[in-house]
Design a protein. Structure first.
Length: 141
């Protein structure tokens, strides 16, 4: 454990030997200086290091696709279908948390008019709708 007075500085820089005991530093240097044991012998073709990296990264990329991209694409398509099916009198919640009812959808489908109160209407882009509120029939027992 290093204490405040243990560090020796040379100017304003610290050296690696300031943090490691000398025998650890010598061991580390000797390990780094050794030649690799798996060096190709004579006329054997050297192995491409990129192949080894591919073996490591290929499963990671497959998992990333399965765990991140597929669910995200599924959710995006579900949201687009929900926004395309907006119609008059649908109760909606906007991305700002405003609750209202769809009064009008423009012909091009880009803008939606939402009635918030009796005399209050908001003109929004269609993608500003977060969800369509679906009320269960079983709630009104």
């Amino acid at each position: 454990m290093l204490r405040e007075g243990d560090l020796r500085t040379r100017g304003s820089l610290f050296t690696l030997t300031d943090f490691l005991p000398s025998h650890v530093f010598r061991s580390l240097c000797s390990l780094l200086a050794q030649a690799p044991e798996g060096a190709p012998a004579g006329n054997a073709a050297p192995q491409n290091p990129l192949f080894g990296m591919l073996l490591i990264f290929a499963p990671i990329l497959v998992l990333w696709y399965l765990l991140v991209l597929m669910p995200q694409n599924k959710e995006r398509s579900k949201r687009q279908d929900m926004l395309k099916s907006l119609k008059k009198n649908d109760p909606v919640v906007t991305i700002g948390g405003v609750i209202g009812t769809v009064v009008n959808v423009t012909e091009d489908g880009e803008e939606v008019t939402v009635r918030v109160d009796d005399n209050t209407r908001l003109k929004l882009r269609r993608d500003a709708i977060r969800e369509v509120v679906v009320k269960d029939k079983s709630d009104g027992k």
